[in-house]
Design a protein. Structure first.
Length: 399
């Protein structure tokens, strides 16, 4: 069976005010020689004290962009480099609202040959975003072109008529008042590029070249009980504006709904389906009602909230076919010998989101142990003289 590769135009998304190998997300900057990501303008709204070492505006933008790529790289398992093209462009903006950025897969692929392990655990005759297709096939199915296209609104820095006095914030952590987190915006847009998007034309309900895409496989209209592949174009068009009734029904997401306090209906997670349709936003985002008990909203909601968190997007990506995006929490109860064997040299363990060391664990000898995002050290945990123990934390934005 041969595979088919189809070139896509940029899919826009409106976003308004240890065992696995890490993927490699590589930036491709397409701005002109002295503008956008290559700007020589003075640094802006961040400094070395905030953690961004950039000496020019372009360097600050690159630094924040690349930290976002690294964030996703630690969560994706792929041996094929994911190239992410980026530009700072003149996007829609006025005093009250703005398109912060847009991104999407540059190509889609279907029916490729089996991967290196001889298996092909995919839906037949179904479109996959190219980065995911490459990961599963274990080879580059679209050589010679970047996998994700992205652009971000330069007017937020360069125009007084764009969101008033608000500017981009190019450091990590919570953006100060009067600024918008560039890092969080890039995280959101790359989420679309790696798969949080449908290729259905929501205004007409029509599928890309009359074939399903993998994202739509998990969309259900709860008022009819039908999955999107079971619908005709007219039914999908109606479902895209069926507020609160458009749901995600993938098994990994369903198993992760426990911490959510809102945005659940009929035991499913609600998708963004406002009436009237919001072009570029509808369907390819979580419902704005998605929230946990700490009032955190999902990173992949349609609007920036300032309290973004990966609540169930990792599980959505697993439903699509990404391998163990967030992996599992880990508890180490091993003795010094086996733990020292596990952590050796400069190796780090990034597969676990939360790591718990019980009281019996001793890190000894010359072991260099690095743990995950959230670490629990129980009474009795010991690090002997000559050993080191560090915590590899994510940027403090609640993700």
């Amino acid at each position: 069976m041969t595979h088919q590769l189809t070139r896509l135009s940029l899919i826009c998304s409106l976003w308004c005010t240890g065992a696995l190998a890490d993927a490699v997300l590589s930036p491709v900057y397409n701005d002109g020689a002295v503008e956008g990501f290559n700007s020589f303008d003075p640094p802006h709204a961040a400094s070395a004290e905030d953690g961004n070492p950039g000496a020019t505006l372009g360097e600050q933008r690159r630094w924040a962009f690349e930290r976002a790529l690294e964030y996703w790289a630690r969560r994706l398992d792929s041996d094929v480099v994911i190239e992410v093209a980026a530009e700072m462009n003149n996007l829609s903006c006025n005093a009250f609202s703005a398109v912060l950025g847009s991104a999407g897969p540059n190509n889609v692929s279907r029916d490729w040959f089996p991967g290196a392990d001889g298996t092909n655990p995919t839906f037949a005759n179904t479109w996959y975003p190219i980065a995911l297709a490459n990961s599963i096939a274990d080879r580059d199915l679209g050589p010679g072109s970047s996998d994700i296209g992205s652009q971000f609104n330069k007017n937020i820095d360069e125009s007084d008529n764009c969101l008033g006095s608000n500017t981009w914030y190019y450091a990590l952590g919570e953006a100060p008042p009067g600024t918008i987190s560039f890092f969080a915006t890039v995280l959101h847009e790359i989420g679309h590029g790696i798969g949080v998007t449908t290729f259905v034309d929501n205004a007409s309900g029509s599928r890309l070249l009359e074939r399903d895409d993998v994202y739509m496989k998990f969309l259900e209209d709860h008022s009819t009980g039908k999955l999107w592949p079971e619908m005709d174009d007219t039914e999908r068009m109606a479902s895209a504006i069926d507020t609160s009734d458009l749901h995600w029904v993938g098994a990994n997401v369903l198993a992760a709904l426990g911490p959510l306090s809102d945005g659940i209906s009929g035991g499913h997670a609600q998708m963004y389906a406002p009436n009237p349709l919001r072009g570029g936003s509808s369907v390819s985002h979580w419902d704005t009602a998605i929230e946990d008990s700490d009032n955190n909203h999902e990173l992949m909601e349609p609007s920036a909230t300032g309290s973004e968190k990966l609540l169930i997007t990792g599980e959505l990506l697993q439903d699509l076919g990404w391998n163990d995006v967030l992996a599992n929490d880990c508890t180490f109860t091993s003795d010094r010998l086996s733990l020292s064997s596990f952590f050796s040299g400069d190796n780090t363990h990034n597969a676990c989101v939360s790591v718990t060391y019980d009281g019996a664990v001793i890190i000894g000898g010359s072991t260099n142990a690095t743990a995950g995002r959230e670490v629990v050290l129980k009474n009795g945990f010991t690090v002997e003289q000559g050993a080191t123990f560090g915590v590899n934390t994510d940027p403090d934005i609640g993700l």
